[in-house]
Structure formats: C-alpha cells, structure tokens
Ligand binder design. Structure first.
Ligand SMILES: *[C@@H]1O[C@H](CO)[C@@H](O)[C@H](O)[C@H]1NC(C)=O
Ligand SMILES: *[C@@H]1O[C@H](CO)[C@@H](O)[C@H](O)[C@H]1NC(C)=O
Ligand SMILES: *[C@@H]1O[C@H](CO)[C@@H](O)[C@H](O)[C@H]1NC(C)=O
Length: 353
C-alpha cells in the first residue's frame, strides 16, 4: 500500500559503520492525523537475528562486520486517526551492501588477537595469511566514535621487516565503545583480503599481577593474606582476584587448590592441617561490574614457612634441652654411680646407669 522508492547504503570509510538512508512514504497519501515511524533492522549476512531500531528519522548509522554482506530492511509504521488507532505496518524494503572485496579469502591475516594491557595500551598481533607473497606490507587502521576518520597505526610490531602487530596507546576514549579495526595488505603480485573486526577493548583487558603480597600467620590455624592492586591504569574497583593455596604436607607434593575468588584485597585462610610450608598465589582480572570478560594476570606468589620457623627454634632449642638434660642426667648418674662405686660395681656396667 505505501512503498519507498529506494534505500541507500553508503560507506563513510569508518571500517564498519555504514550510513543508511531511506525516503518517506509517497506524499500522495495523507498521514496528517497519524504518526509515521520506521522499524529499521540490520545484520551481517549469516547472523540469525536482526538488530532493531525504531526511529522517526530517515537516516541511521550502524556498525557491521564488513567482511560479510551488510543486510538491512525498513518498514513504515503508521498509527493514529487515519488508521483508527491501529498500528499498520508496510511491507519490508530490503537493501544490501558489500565492500569491494579483494583477493582470495586465504590471503586474509590469521590468528588476529588483541589484549588491552593495564587499560593503558592495546596490543594486537596477527600472522600472514596462507596465500601470501613474501613482499607483503600490512597496515592496521582503526576508528571509534569521536574520531573524524580512520587512523593508521603508528607503532607496528615487526618480524623480519614485516608488520605483524600494532601497539595502540591512548585509547581511553574508545573504552566501552565499538573499536573498528581493519588489517589490510598490499603486495606487488597479488590482491589481499582485508580483515575487519570490531572490538570492545574493556572486554580484552589484562592487568599486571597484584603487588605486595604478604602472607602472615596471626594464629597457628590461620593464614592472613593481603596484597595491593596491580600497577597500571586498571581501575581498582574493576578487579577481582583469585587466591590459591598449596600446602606442603611432608611427603605429599603440594598442589594448588582454589581458596577464593573475591574483590577484596585481603583474606584469612583457616587451615585444618598445619603444614610445614604454605604457598599462596593471587592473580587478577576485570570483574563483572566493568566487563563481560577479560584475561587473568600472571600469578604473584608468596610462601610462608610456619613450621620452618618453629623448626629453626626447635633446631636451636632441642640440642640445648638435650645437652642440658643429658648433663643433668649425667650429673645425677655420676652422683648415683659415685655413691654406688664403693660397692665395687664398674660404672659402665651399672644397671642404674
Ligand atoms: C590522547 O588522545 C586525546 C584525544 O582522545 C588527545 O587530545 C591527546 O593529545 C592524546 N594524548 C597523547 C599522549 O597522545
Ligand atoms: C587499507 O585500508 C585503509 C583504510 O580503509 C585504506 O586507506 C588503505 O588504502 C587500504 N590499503 C590497501 C592496500 O588496501
Ligand atoms: C589433613 O591431613 C590429613 C593427613 O595428612 C589428610 O588426610 C587430610 O585430607 C588433610 N585435610 C586437609 C583439609 O587438607
């Protein structure tokens, strides 16, 4: 009943965001007493679900995975007097968009990974695609909302003169937003397929290990463990910690056992068995209040040799006690034997000795 002439998709060169415009329903129809709004849906080819936006505007900018075909559809929703207050939907109008892809799929870079270290810098690495000539030159470009245009990496990680990674600093403005990245390449003899990814860097954070881990024993059955948050720009309130304990029970080989996962930076561990040596290790990662996921830091480890201290004391005390008591015994024996020796019994043979 009411249709549009066309829907236009344009690529502003932001590595993922596309602009989609459409025309209002033909003006021949009068919707004066009705509100006109649009139901806009979009996804990248292969996704099952569509993302939905309701709007009264005739233009949206949304993000896609540009390595796949962008698919959109729009329908008009009318409601008001002209439709007797029933919401009326038009048919869908579909449109698709594909960046001019270049080269074979096997020429795309592989094993692309990024880690946001200490919320300070993002390090991304990749490996050359399978079908890649030696003379290839890779470039990484990125964009997030707030930048006028896509920016090229200015600090590449290189291996034998080839760019195989990039370190991006100063991305705090990109936290909690979509960061669009494209790794493309050029080679004299072949066209290469660009890689497109969209990241949320707060979900890729890896903190440094916790610092100043101190283990103490206020009572024989208690271990008190405390540490401070890692250095770097990781917000301390964004961290959770995992604590593990290994106790050395004489012959048994100590193995790590989980004790706690917590946000506090101290913990008291109650120990059923008072072992010789207790080792505690702690690592951190972003907690669920700040991100969906993240990477664990390396461990910080500290051992506390409770009994070794006692052992040392024993080691000093026992000989003292032994020598004291033996000289006392000797003294008593000598006294006794001296008394007895007049009876003619040899000292060493004396049963009493
Ligand atoms: C970090 O980025 C901001 C804009 O997001 C810019 O104003 C500032 O100069 C940058 N700082 C450094 C050290 O590059
Ligand atoms: C790689 O992508 C950037 C950003 O879209 C573009 O400016 C550049 O020309 C591309 N390079 C190649 C070799 O395709
Ligand atoms: C304590 O030690 C005993 C014997 O070494 C062992 O059987 C038991 O499982 C230990 N308990 C704990 C809580 O480690």
């Amino acid at each position: 009943c009411f249709l549009y002439t066309h829907t236009l998709i344009t690529d502003p060169g932001l590595l993922g965001s596309l602009d989609i415009e459409w025309k209002p329903p033909p003006s021949g129809q009068t919707f004066n007493e009705c509100t006109v709004k649009y139901r806009f849906e979009y996804h990248s080819a292969g996704d099952r679900d569509w993302k939905v936006i309701f709007t009264k505007k005739l233009k949206v900018r949304v993000g896609f995975d540009l390595s796949r075909t962008a698919e959109v559809r729009v329908q008009t929703l009318l409601e008001g007097r002209c439709t007797e207050d029933v919401e009326v939907e038009s048919d869908w109008i579909y449109a698709t968009f594909q960046v001019p892809l270049r080269g074979k799929l096997e020429s795309e870079v592989q094993n692309f990974h990024c880690i946001y270290h200490d919320w300070e810098y993002l390090k991304c690495t990749w490996q050359p695609g399978l079908l890649t000539p030696h003379s290839v030159h890779y470039g990484l470009y990125y964009w997030y909302e707030g930048l006028d245009h896509a920016v090229q990496c200015d600090n590449y990680v290189q291996e034998q003169g080839m760019n195989i990674g990039c370190v991006l600093q100063n991305l705090s403005q990109a936290e909690y937003k979509d960061l669009s990245i494209c790794v493309n390449g050029s080679a004299a003899t072949a066209l290469l397929q660009p890689l497109y990814v969209t990241l949320r860097i707060h979900n890729l954070a890896k903190p440094s290990p916790p610092k100043q881990l101190v283990v103490s024993m206020p009572a024989p059955e208690e271990l008190h463990v405390a540490w401070t948050p890692p250095s770097g720009k990781t917000p301390p309130q964004c961290l959770e910690y995992e604590v593990q304990l290994a106790e050395d029970h004489g012959e048994d080989k100590a193995s790590w056992a989980p004790v706690s996962t917590q946000m506090e930076t101290m913990l008291t561990i109650y120990r059923a068995n008072q072992s010789h040596t207790s080792c505690v290790r702690v690592r951190g990662r972003t907690n669920m209040f700040c991100a969906d996921q993240g990477f664990w830091s390396e461990w910080t480890q500290e051992c506390f040799s409770v009994s070794r201290k006692e052992d040392k004391q024993l080691f000093i005390l026992v000989p003292v006690i032994l020598s004291l008591s033996s000289s006392l015994i000797m003294f008593m024996l000598i006294g006794q034997c001296k008394k007895r020796s007049p009876a003619g019994k040899p000292l060493h043979a004396s049963a009493g000795c």
